[in-house]
Design a protein around this ligand. Structure first.
Ligand SMILES: N[C@@H](CCC(=O)N[C@@H](CS)C(=O)NCC(=O)O)C(=O)O
Length: 236
């Protein structure tokens, strides 16, 4: 079956998996999950992802997989020939996993207190404490990432890898929160702008906004959650 990526809106971390699918040029479909509605916590969606989060992937052999790192790792073999990912047992494989792990913990984690403060009713003191903590974490994560990037155009070298796809989907959250000021790290800002102009990133942005989106990859359209669950039942 053609894989289905369940992606969350608005501004989900699923963004990187959409960009990855486009870059990898493999056939895929999308299922849109509204994170602001009850849909994401519904019994139906919990059958896809028991912890009620996005992204999830219904794989070509009918299995459900969640967690961005697992999804990108599952897709990675399709990118070995084009340099988007690397064969297991190589130095590139280890470097890519190391970078993805950093992005998924230190970078994503820095935004977590900011999202919590943004989404919850809190007293001024609690909000300020969370915002201060998030800003400090993000300052360090950006400084560390800028040092790792050095003068390279992409996170791991001269060409984009799946890490760059994931990076963009997380780094753009700075625009929501006003911190950190990415321009303080010109290398990271340059990377961000390079990715912003990429057709797959523009495609994923249009998909999120529900606008007409031009795929240069293998996008085969949207399915509803009910349709996806129907396919899941058949595959079982
Ligand atoms: N560790 C998970 C985190 C997934 C996650 O936190 N997803 C968020 C969107 S970025 C979500 O679905 N939140 C549920 C909600 O907002 O109700 C991963 O890396 O995939």
């Amino acid at each position: 079956m053609t894989p289905i990526l369940f992606y969350g809106v608005p501004a989900g971390c699923s963004f990187g998996s959409i960009v990855a699918l486009e870059w990898l040029q493999i056939p895929y479909r999308l299922c849109r999950i509204d994170m602001l509605s009850e849909e994401i916590r519904s019994a139906n969606y919990r059958r896809v992802n028991p912890v009620a989060e996005t992204p999830s992937l219904l794989t070509s052999d009918g299995r459900l997989l969640s967690e961005s790192m697992a999804i990108l790792g599952h897709l990675a073999p399709h990118g070995v020939e084009t340099g988007l990912a690397f064969a297991q047992g190589t130095a590139g494989f280890d470097r890519l996993n190391q970078m993805l792990a950093f992005l998924n913990t230190s970078l994503f984690g820095g935004f977590s207190p900011l999202w919590y403060a943004y989404e919850h009713e809190l007293g001024d003191e609690a909000k300020a404490a969370l915002q201060g903590f998030g800003a400090a974490q993000l300052e360090k994560a950006h400084a560390d990432l800028a040092a790792m990037l050095g003068e390279r155009p992409y996170l791991l070298g001269d060409k984009p890898t799946l890490a760059d796809a994931y990076f963009y989907g997380i780094a753009r959250w700075a625009e929501y929160h006003g911190v950190p000021d990415r321009a303080s790290w010109p290398g990271l800002q340059g990377l961000f702008e390079r990715l912003r102009d990429d057709p797959a990133v523009r495609f994923a942005e249009a998909i999120e906004k529900g606008e007409a989106a031009v795929s240069n990859g293998g996008f085969q359209g949207h399915v509803t959650l009910d349709e996806a669950l129907g396919e899941l039942r058949q595959a079982a």
